[in-house]
Design a protein around this ligand. Structure first.
Ligand SMILES: [Zn+2]
Length: 241
């Protein structure tokens, strides 16, 4: 994977699209809703013993252009802008806490049909539920398989959480999840064409079972690491940039 530069004007069509889309989401404003108290297990508690990094303009600037595996090249620039947008919203509207941006890869058709194609949800320091936004909820629950992309930030700079992985596996409509840290680093999980949900759930359950006895942050990280290092067997690509 290499970063690459984009000739001025070369991707003008995409740029216009991105500006339109960003304009649309800004126009609508953001919806914040308190999520219900969730059940918190020991591993969850462990995760919370980490602290928040405040987002700077420099972190937003440095969000890289990534050649995402399994994703059409036409989306790379869009994804870079949207990852920046997540940090921008988090910084400006949500005290550097978690923000989830959900959109459909089918946005060109959705736009043509006058339909909603993107939603933003604001969370707290340790979690965000993308579905708290009604458009995101609609996209995630009603889209065809593997067409939705969810991007969210991690204030504590951690990589994927078990909850993120669970969300990714639970929702067949979700093709890719991107985590951008508050310093602008990116990691992502994406399902390949021959993705096996059954195998993925096996790997997830194994990871959780093996490490569930523990209740500290290291056990939590081990469980996540266990899933991330084995998920290729279920034809999921994990990359940490
Ligand atoms: Zn997360």
């Amino acid at each position: 994977m290499h970063r690459y530069s984009v000739e001025e004007g070369q991707l003008k069509g995409y740029n216009d699209n991105i500006l339109y889309i960003i304009g649309e989401i800004r126009k609508k404003g953001w919806f914040e809703m308190e999520s219900e108290d969730k059940k918190i297990n020991d591993l969850e508690m462990a995760k919370k013993r980490t602290h928040k990094i405040l987002i700077t303009d420099m972190a937003i600037e440095k969000v890289p252009l990534i050649k995402y595996r399994e994703i059409p090249e036409s989306e790379y620039l869009m994804l870079q802008e949207l990852a920046k947008e997540v940090l921008m919203v988090s910084k400006n509207e949500n005290d550097s806490n978690e923000v989830a941006l959900t959109y459909s890869l089918d946005y060109r058709n959705l736009i043509a049909e006058g339909k909603e194609f993107m939603g933003v949800a604001l969370g707290d320091e340790h979690s965000v539920d993308p579905c708290m936004n009604t458009v995101a909820y609609h996209l995630i629950t009603t889209s065809i398989q593997c067409v939705v992309i969810v991007l969210h930030n991690h204030p504590s700079l951690s990589k994927f959480s078990l909850e993120d992985v669970k969300f990714f596996l639970s929702n067949g409509t979700v093709k890719m999840m991107v985590v951008v840290t508050n310093l602008g680093n990116i990691s992502y999980l994406v399902k390949k064409e021959n993705y096996s949900r059954k195998k993925a759930i096996e790997i997830y359950n194994h990871a959780v079972n093996v490490h569930n006895e523990g209740n500290n942050i290291r056990d939590y990280q081990k469980a996540v690491f266990c899933f991330l290092s084995n998920c290729h067997e279920a034809n999921i690509v994990y990359e940490d940039r």
